[in-house]
Design a protein around this ligand. Sequence first.
Ligand SMILES: Nc1ncnc2c1ncn2[C@@H]1O[C@H](COP(=O)(O)OP(=O)(O)OP(=O)(O)O)[C@@H](O)[C@H]1O
Ligand SMILES: [Mg+2]
Length: 260
Amino acid sequence: MKPDPINALPSHLALRTEGVQKSYGVGQSRTVALKGADFEAHLGEVTMIVGPSGCGKTTLLSIIAGTLTAEQGRINVLGFPLHEMKHPKLTRFRANHVGFIFQQFNLIPTISVIENVSVPLIINGAKTKVAEARAAEWLAKVGLAGRERERPMNLSGGQQQRVAIARALVRRPRMVLADEPTGNLDTRTSIEIMGFFQEINEQGNTIVMVTHELDIAAYCKRIVVMRDGQIISDTRNEHRRSARQEIDALNQAELEAKLA
Ligand SMILES: Nc1ncnc2c1ncn2[C@@H]1O[C@H](COP(=O)(O)OP(=O)(O)OP(=O)(O)O)[C@@H](O)[C@H]1O
Ligand SMILES: [Mg+2]
């Protein structure tokens, strides 16, 4: 008999969902968001879920993150059977293993950038000084050294997204989930943000992202298409775009234009 891929996740997979169903509301206002979604993400890869607005991308990502529970179906993330887990186990799983990046950044506006990035560490019991030292390291990695004491609203959209990335990564989660991380950004900033994700991935992180833009999906190795609450295709992208090369080319072109 073959092993059950949900109970025992094959070693090349970081996660697998099977027959996941989820609806919102009741009676006439009931919306079925997921109609049996079968999804998998490979360990150490960047997987992009692409699909039109309302097809269930955020719902699926939230279920993988353990912030939303499915009505039916089975979900294994990093060996954890989420469909069998409840609070507080689910909360612990999320805090220890998942870094979530929201489309709207979700930064706390009343505290500084460094305090925002420290929050996950402080919740985990770290002393403020230790947490801020680690947060400062991450802010430097995302190119925001020197901006630590500013409030989020004083930063551009791309910079706020980088703060959100630092906050999601500061606890070194094994799984990074990002919901439309370039949704509110201009083209150049979007390429820079995709460059960060490519770098994080090179350091061994598994990343699952969501977008409705095919251009953005082209920076990922695996592209999963969603329609109407279901996964309709899962393909390997052999021609992954390199964000770093594109940024270098843009910088070069700008320099040449200045010198001309
Ligand atoms: N809290 C909610 N209450 C009621 N309906 C909801 C809720 N959240 C999502 N829905 C509905 O479920 C369906 C799937 O929503 P979901 O947010 O997962 O889609 P999406 O693919 O992320 O869309 P978008 O690209 O616009 O973010 C949609 O029809 C949406 O209107
Ligand atoms: Mg969404």
